[in-house]
Design a protein around this ligand. Structure first.
Ligand SMILES: [Zn+2]
Length: 246
């Protein structure tokens, strides 16, 4: 049965049975069960990862429903990570989902990330993005940072397992970070799912043992013009995070 379930991955020559076995051994941690985190979690659990940890301290709200595809009207008021886990269990009960209902501060992030292989930051604020960058760098994990506002997707992929590649802080210094939130600027509903699905695809490639071209890059997709930009991330020689965890 399991073989049937994942056969479309196994058919892919880049993945094959070995890649799918690696996916089945990969533990993923998603920060945020919102517009980006929900679709990413869905794709990863559908794809049979070893386990998923999902963290969100917020409760489901009516205005979330057009984008946050794991939540339902019946679950308004329920914690988002808990609501997501219910939906994920229905889709694939073979994948254990750990629910984290607390706000993930830096210490908690480090604690949760330690037991995972790939971290997807689907949070909605720069404070958490920088904290997850520091945790991933300190623990030498893979970090995929995905966000969406208006008609725009941003995806940055960092592989800290080897060497000392550019980090999130190198590209987006914490001091001059202007927090642009979809909750204030608006976002076209499918754009959040595109961001989440892009993050999930890159996570699955890395889990399968591939080295996607996105590693060490920032991908920007503008869905109004459908222009796609990929730029290589450069290390900042003065980056305090890179200096600390070199
Ligand atoms: Zn850095």
């Amino acid at each position: 049965m399991t073989d049937d379930r994942y056969s479309r991955h196994v058919f892919l020559k880049e993945i094959g049975p070995e890649g799918q076995s690696r996916i089945a051994a990969s533990r993923v941690f998603i920060i945020g069960a919102g517009g980006v985190g929900c679709p990413a979690a869905l794709a990863l659990v559908e794809s049979g990862v070893a386990s998923l940890t999902i963290a969100d301290a917020d409760a489901v709200d009516l205005s979330n429903l057009p984008r946050q595809i794991l939540h339902t009207p019946e679950r308004i008021g329920m914690n988002k990570a808990q609501s997501a886990a219910l939906a994920l269990h229905a889709v694939n009960p073979d994948v254990p989902v750990k629910v984290v209902r607390d706000f993930v501060d830096e210490a908690k992030l480090l604690d949760l990330a330690r037991d995972c292989d790939i971290i997807i930051d689907a949070s909605d604020n720069f404070r958490t993005r920088h904290a997850s960058n520091r945790a991933a760098k300190a623990l030498r994990k893979v970090l995929i940072s995905a966000s969406s506002v208006r008609y725009s997707v941003q995806l940055a992929v960092f592989d800290f397992r080897n060497g000392n590649p550019a980090c999130y802080q190198c590209t987006f210094p914490e001091d001059d970070a202007t927090d642009v939130k979809a909750s204030q600027t608006g976002v076209m509903a499918p754009v959040t799912s595109i961001a989440g699905m892009m993050a999930a695809e890159e996570a699955l490639k890395i889990a399968a043992g591939l080295t996607p071209v996105s590693v060490g890059s920032l991908l920007i997709l503008d869905t109004l013009s459908w222009e796609f930009t990929r730029m290589k991330l450069a290390s900042d020689p003065d980056c305090p995070v890179c200096a600390k965890y070199r």
